[in-house]
Design a protein around this ligand. Structure first.
Ligand code: UDP
Ligand code: MG
Length: 148
């Protein structure tokens, strides 16, 4: 089953959105497979966002991610990468639809509350980076009520 990496950024934590965000993924039917509440350092944040290292906003993005604790998660389910991105909404909250997390809770692109992997391959890399110890294996018994 497909997995994605989801991170509640420091602004989402500070603004008390942890429960709201986890609730949206849970209520959709996705399965929580990994969860940790941590501070990351600059080299780690630079590694997570390595693909964006040439962008003009890279250093401010790294400053933002290391500014406070984050909630790092692995969520599992059918098409969870693409559907997770839809639940999150467009990168710039000015363009995110109402009903999405960024559309409902964010205004500025540099304070957009949440990260989600953009492809199955980047999800695999991000999960390996954030959860090198591996994740807890379990199956929800509600599975047949979510999948046909
Ligand atoms: N970002 C920014 N300014 C920009 C573009 C992106 O501050 O012009 C930040 C924003 O927080 C975004 C993150 O960099 O979530 C990663 O950018 P990406 O294009 O990967 O967007 P995402 O995948 O998070 O939607
Ligand atoms: Mg991205």
């Amino acid at each position: 089953m497909e997995q994605t990496f989801i991170m509640i950024k420091p602004d989402g934590v500070q603004r008390g959105l942890i429960g709201e965000i986890i609730g949206r993924f849970e209520k959709k039917g996705f399965t929580l497979k990994g969860l940790k509440f941590i501070n990351v350092d600059r080299p780690f944040a630079e590694k997570h966002y390595a693909d964006l290292s040439a962008k003009p906003f890279f250093s401010s993005l790294v400053d933002y991610i290391i500014s406070g604790p984050v909630v790092a998660m692995v969520w599992e389910g059918k098409n969870v990468v693409a559907t997770g991105r839809k639940i999150i909404g467009a990168t710039n909250p000015a363009q995110s639809e109402p009903g999405t997390i960024r559309g409902d809770f964010a205004i500025d692109i540099g304070r957009n509350v949440i990260h989600g992997s953009d492809a199955v391959e980047s999800a695999r890399k991000e999960i390996a980076l954030w959860f090198p110890e591996g994740i807890t294996e379990w199956q929800k018994t509600v599975h047949p009520w979510i999948y046909e």
